[in-house]
Design a binder for this molecule. Structure first.
Ligand code: ACO
Length: 430
């Protein structure tokens, strides 16, 4: 048997045969264009709705083995980063490829700390949003509102300029998220305090002067939030990372690209799932009601939120880590009884052929909402917290895309199935 890294393809319409190179376990889609039925034929395309089997880029940031339940950033296992790193250190790792040394880390933290204050126009924009409104919509708009404040951000080919915008965005998103949270609750804004640390400052801006102020100052809560930020930092070419790259591929500035990525995250099949998980657990109400609920969920019409994943066909390692954090956080903030419903649901589902045969396991969103709620976040804030965390990943994906000579403007093909040419008929004659 030959072991050449090629794929031999025969087009049975014409009898043409070609040997296509296989590189990195992948065949270039452009290779298929050579298969034509006539000279004016466009050539064979590949069809892949939802990009289920299409690699849109080469990347060195995140590696997932969905069958084995493994997630690594720049080679480092997520379990080690979550337990030992900080969010800003992991952000540096994603953006630079290596962990920083002590000096680099200190300088990095300091330079981000300098940029946490928002331009007045952005704070003003947030203050015009409807009280009680959805904070994710506010977040998306406020990130976009940074764009006109920094017109130089459009110079995306300039590396130094890019690095500055990246630092500014990383510094700004916690402030934006906290301002949106406080606007929603009609609470006075708490401005960032220099030198207090990324997570501690974020929690202060969110909860200072509220009944959760003391809880938010607990060391275990700060550490839990840091871990949750790290756990959500990147997940290779998911829906929102793809949006970030697609928008950025047109040369759009990173503020506008990131606003688009955050919008993609907001949907219930992506970052909006943990809100729905909580609603679902509340609707189930008690562990005893779980079997009934699961029976109904198997009719194919509804989904168990927080279950299933496009890539993980095994346990999501992030869900496993969050599960182990839950009790520690409850000790500090009080118990969230929904945990019993969640545990029973996981247990029953993983003992049920419907879920096991489809390889549906709890994903990162299954337990994160329970933790967020226990800390004091309303469900509407869950996607915003996800967006703050994922910002480093989006920026790393964007930077990699801009620096990649092989990347082009993202512009898929289609299979046109609409009408042939026909003549316009004025409205009076129709
Ligand atoms: N509950 C019940 N059945 C499910 C679920 C679920 N959560 N997820 C998938 N299935 C079933 C489907 O009905 C389908 O069954 P069938 O083969 O009998 O038709 C089969 O499993 C495959 O489902 P697909 O939709 O093809 O899987 P896909 O990879 O496209 O979807 C997704 C992945 C969107 C995450 C899906 O599992 C889902 O909707 N889960 C619930 C929402 C959720 O938790 N999203 C968060 C994802 S993690 C993140 O974004 C951070």
């Amino acid at each position: 048997m030959s072991h050449q890294s090629t794929l031999t393809v025969t087009d049975n319409r014409t009898g043409d045969t070609a040997e296509l190179p296989i590189e990195n376990g992948t065949v270039s889609a452009m290779e298929f264009r050579q298969f034509k039925t006539s000279d004016d034929d466009f050539g064979l395309k590949v069809y892949d709705p939802g990009f289920k089997n299409t690699a849109s880029t080469k990347s060195a940031i995140t590696w997932i083995d969905g069958e084995a339940g493994i997630l690594r950033h720049r080679g480092y296992p997520i379990e080690q980063l979550a337990k030992q790193s900080t969010y800003l250190e992991s952000a540096w790792l994603l953006l630079h490829g290596e962990l920083p040394d002590a000096d680099e880390l200190q300088t990095w933290e300091g330079r981000i700390d300098e940029l946490t204050l928002l331009p007045e126009s952005v704070a003003d924009t947030i203050s015009t949003f409807r009280i009680g409104g959805d904070p994710m919509g506010m977040f998306v708009s406020a990130v976009a509102a940074l764009s006109p404040c920094h017109p130089e951000a459009g110079e995306v080919e300039d590396g130094e300029n890019r690095a500055l915008q990246i630092r500014r965005i990383l510094a700004s998103v916690p402030t934006i998220a906290a301002f949106c949270f406080r606007r929603r609750g009609d609470l006075p804004l708490v401005y960032p305090e220099r030198g207090s640390g990324f997570v501690a400052n974020f929690l202060e801006m969110l909860f200072a002067g509220t009944e959760r102020e003391a809880v938010a100052r607990e060391a275990s809560v700060r550490r839990a939030v840091e871990m949750l930020l790290i756990l959500h930092i990147d997940h290779e070419q998911n829906c929102s990372a793809n949006a970030m790259r697609a928008i950025g591929s047109s040369g759009a500035d990173p503020y506008l690209s990131l606003a688009g990525a955050a919008a993609a995250l907001s949907g219930p099949l992506h970052g909006g799932a943990n809100q729905r998980v909580l609603r679902m657990l509340e609707a189930i109400g008690s562990p005893d009601a779980v079997p009934d609920f699961l029976e109904k969920a198997k009719d194919g019409k509804r989904r168990v939120m927080g279950f299933g994943h496009r890539v993980y066909k095994n346990r999501d390692p992030r869900a496993e880590i969050i599960k182990t954090m839950v009790e520690e956080v409850f000790d500090a903030v009080g118990r969230n009884e929904l945990i019993e419903v969640a545990r029973r649901l996981e247990e029953e589902a993983l003992d049920d052929d419907y879920f096991t045969s489809r390889k549906l396991y709890p994903n990162v969103d299954f337990y994160s909402g329970i933790l967020y709620q226990a800390i004091g976040f309303p469900a509407a804030m869950f996607p915003v917290l996800f967006a703050v965390a994922r910002t480093a990943g989006w920026l790393a994906q964007w930077q990699e895309m801009v620096e990649d000579d092989e990347q082009k403007i993202a512009r898929p093909r289609q299979i046109y199935l609409g009408p042939d040419k026909r003549d316009y008929v004025p409205v009076k004659e129709r």
